[in-house]
Write a protein that binds this ligand. Sequence first.
Ligand code: FNR
Length: 376
Amino acid sequence: QFKVYQQYEKNIIPVSYEELEAKAKEKLENKPYYYVAASAGAEITAKQNNKAFEKWQIVPRMLCDTSSRDLSIELFGKKLAYPVLLAPVGVQSIVHPEGELATARAAAAMDVPFIASTASTYSLEKIAGEMGQAPHWYQLYWSKDREIAASMVKRAEAAGYDAIVITLDTPMMAWREKDIENAYLPFLDAQGIGNYLEDPVFCSRLDKSPQEDLQAAIMLWARVFGNPTLTWEDLEFIKAQTSLPILLKGILHPEDARLAVEHGVDGIIVSNHGGRQVDGAISAIDALPDIVDAVNGEIPVLMDSGIRRGSDIIKALALGAKAVLVGRPYMYGLALAGQDGVKQVLRNLIADFDLTLALSGKRSVTELNRDLLKRV
Ligand code: FNR
């Protein structure tokens, strides 16, 4: 434990989430800062994602011999060192030139899975090239042109990704007031659509190569990015493209969780996209228990949106999440110190989680359940 305190002298970024965000605000230009930090509408859901954790209180147990702990979990037949993953976040080069490559290196160094976004600056193959043997998943934005979606899934499988995460809550970008005020959408230049520009099917839809006519490539991106026509029946198409496990991200309603199970998907991620899509939507932590009950252990339930500290992870796991994803915290680490910044954010979050687990009287994540919590 004292090692943790000694290491803190070597901190290159703030330890607290609030200071991390404040420092990132100082460093970044307004447009990219607000693209990361801001959310949809009046940001009620974004605030609730954090506030709602306070209603769930930990009731620690004593005299449990927590001298040694096991933080690992098993997911889709593989052991993960911690119940933590890096959430898919697009266009990371807007906060740091090495973008997703730096994030991937940090994730690999910490043995934490990284979920690479369809909207990455770097191609999914280049990102996979930084991950070595560490687990990595691919997040799909299901294009209106389904051959592009199929191509991306096949590229991901060929590049060694371990799972496909289909994000359902973003068939179109929500009403994001800061970005509208700033007239800023980072996908309207080459770095914003980098992963698409290396997709053979995407490029085959263009008359000229993106190098010759970038504007046409951006217009094509805008036409095909999201697909609001999708229904549950369309899942069969993606399932037929891959043998990898498929997770659905953005589930908030218990009936949708049941539909996911019935349509044979392998996992779900309870998420409101960090409050960036439906403002006024239920907070992810409050949506979690009913979804866990509806799924009834048939497939793993993960969650994100609002995880900031170790106690948040304890609460999510106690309510039945198998693992959690973090988004903005590591983006601020990336903005401030690249790969080392992401590593430090992860190291701190995991150390905090480990200590809080022990002090709550638990030795492993398998010992966490609702008995540890009281809702106030
Ligand atoms: C995201 N998120 C996201 N999700 C996704 O499936 N594909 C993507 O490309 C992105 N892009 C993205 C960009 C930025 C700047 C943010 C902040 C978020 C959502 C992300 O995966 C995750 O659901 C939230 O970030 C979790 O909430 P917290 O941890 O940021 O509160």
